[in-house]
Write a protein that binds this ligand. Sequence first.
Ligand code: NAD
Length: 464
Amino acid sequence: MRIPTTAFGAGGTVTVLNPATADPIADVPLADLAETDAAIEAAHRAFPAWRAVAPADRARLLRNFAAVVEEHLEELALLEVANAGHTIGNARWEAGNVRDVLNYYAAAPERHFGKQIPVPGGIDVTFHEALGVVGVIVPWNFPMPIAGWGFAPALAAGNTVVLKPAELTPLTAMRLAELALEAGLPEGVFTVIPGKGSVVGERFVTHPLVRKVCFTGSTAVGKGIMRGCADQVKRLTLELGGKSANIVFADADLEKAAASAPGGAFDNAGQDCCARSRILVEHTVYERFLELLQPAVERFKVTDPSRPDAEMGPLISARQRDSVAAYLKNADVAITGQTVDASSGFWLPPRVVLPRGTDDDVWRHELFGPVVAVLPFTDEADAIAKANDTEYGLSGSIFTRDLGRALRVARSVESGNLSVNSHSSVRYWTPFGGFKQSGLGRELGPDAPDSFSEVKNVFISTDI
Ligand code: NAD
């Protein structure tokens, strides 16, 4: 396996482990404050020339970047299997997602239209002006896609980007930075800075030349970043935690709802901000649903993530595994899925728990692991009330054959991303983001380049 390199290192090193085995795979050099400042200043110097690149040429460079990612798709996927314990199927999808997101936003430079607005005495036009240096801060759970959702639209809108990967999972982002140079992006346009959140991440917040922070991670850290950005009225996107509900009505295709529930909750070992970690089932079919859920959970394939049949691998770290396991100590576990007979690595089996009520920790807290809690509800109003009884609002699912009910409930659940009769993953061509404490702003979709630019209004008088 080829380990990507970096020019940084004054901030020490971090040993990156393979979560499936706990074996070290690389010592990654980290940036200190001075190196971070130097990289931000280099990105600032690169900005005027990048902004001035003709739209068609910027588009071509982003398409080149996508093509180089495509050429290295398998290498990137294998790197992610080793560094993050993702299943090979997921990791290939994730590398492909970076390619697709780059191609999608490669269309933006030539189409980032302003408006011509009717006014008396002249004409009025608006422009989307690039911001400057954008700082992207990425968590460990989906290192490649979340990086791409930030850097691709930001670059397309004419910004330069500095990106900090999570300490545990820096390798694919570092490789993407190398591939960007290979694709012809000028030096300083896209820089990946491995480092600590408290050093590199915080510097993105405090450095005046970073004009926007695009943060994905925990709600607690996100709140601190929001407070820090207030000092400079710095632009900010937050993609934070979730505790999403999967609502199953009695009239649903119960077999389908039960068969798909493990994927909605345990994909990426449940370390997914969109995990449907609360299942609400109409009381008349609650027992039947649990009967159907049991074989589906037991079938869910937990194994070495590099195997093509793997549906779930390990958790990211011993710390994450222990934090999830602690929630299970007093929980009523109804179903336990497959375990891996491994002497090392950070494994937990999938589990279905039955909370005693909506105050239970397993029902309220984002566990970020392979645990799903199931509760019954009485009627549509009760389902909506229980789904909304959370500080989060990121995603959710509704299983029913009644179209009117599907739409009524979808409109009533306070969440940014809902899917009916499916657990839709994030689609790069549709907007993604959270209500309430799940976030601020939206990523992806056709409007993402707008959130990486300022609208400028220009009036031209025709009265000479
Ligand atoms: P985290 O908040 O601990 O870290 C996220 C990133 O922020 C890391 O790169 C970290 O180094 C950095 N960071 C830490 N402290 C910082 C600080 N003081 N200033 C600036 N940066 C700092 O989160 P995590 O444990 O890596 O990821 C898991 C969390 O991310 C979960 O809560 C999950 O729900 C959330 N998440 C949300 C989405 C979404 O799109 N809404 C997607 C994935 C993950």
